[in-house]
Write a protein that binds this ligand. Structure first.
Ligand code: MTE
Ligand code: MO
Length: 210
């Protein structure tokens, strides 16, 4: 008989999940409303609001596809308590877009806008965090329609509702404003490691008054 396997071995093989989360096999689809149809000639990505030059910056699908491609490994934590670990996302870093279309110095937050008016607000620092990525790919393959094709945001250090699927633009804001779920009972910041799930958990300074 061989050596008994050490307990440590099994424990280190267990991936780390934020508090209250459980591992999900496969990749479920979670969103509110219908899956939009992608119309390449109508699609554009816009950065607007308080830009440094006061102009709106737009990319059509061809132009957006030519932006520098990066990959980020990140987990996805849904506030309904399932997590998917270790996905490789490919696309354009939010930082790259911020360099191409800089915000005015007074910008503190962004609103990320998706099809049908879905939105999520982020602090500017969360948006420009080095792993925040507008993903076109997962695991080397194009996203499917139900997972956000042609473009979705992934903010690795926040709950997944902060990453809109079918994203179409970013609004630079000089004050915070709640997005779709943040207006409907979810936490304004949404850090899964601090288990910031619901707006009733917010502390002064976490978000605008409800
Ligand atoms: N446009 C849009 N994006 C969205 C949502 C949504 O309702 N609409 N739901 C969010 C939530 S709550 C989660 S958990 C993830 C789920 O992504 P998935 O369906 O690819 O797993 O998408 C996020 N992005
Ligand atoms: Mo979610």
């Amino acid at each position: 008989m061989g050596q008994p396997e050490s307990r440590e071995h099994h424990e280190t093989a267990q991936p780390e999940l934020p508090p209250g989360q459980r591992l999900q096999r496969g990749w479920p689809v979670t969103h509110y409303g219908p899956v939009p149809k992608f119309k390449p000639d109508r699609w554009e990505f816009r950065i607007f609001g308080a830009t440094a030059d006061g102009d709106k910056h737009c990319w059509n699908h061809e132009q957006f596809s030519a932006l520098p491609f990066a990959t980020v490994e990140a987990d996805l934590h849904c506030v309904t308590k399932f997590s998917m670990l270790g996905a490789e996302w490919g696309g354009v870093l939010a930082r790259t877009l911020v360099e191409l279309a800089p915000p005015a110095p007074s910008v503190t937050h962004v609103m990320v806008w998706a099809e049908y008016g879905f939105s999520a607000n982020l602090r500017l620092a969360d948006f420009t965090s080095e792993r925040t990525i507008f993903a076109t790919h997962k695991g080397g393959e194009l996203l499917t329609a139900e997972h956000g094709f042609p473009l979705r945001l992934v903010v690795p250090h926040l709950y997944a509702w902060k990453g809109p699927k079918w994203v179409r633009g970013v609004e630079y804001m000089t004050a915070d404003r709640r997005g779709f779920w943040e207006e409907r009972g979810y936490h304004n910041v949404g850090d899964p490691w601090r288990e910031q799930r619901y707006s009733y958990q917010e502390e002064p300074g976490d978000g605008p008054e409800l």
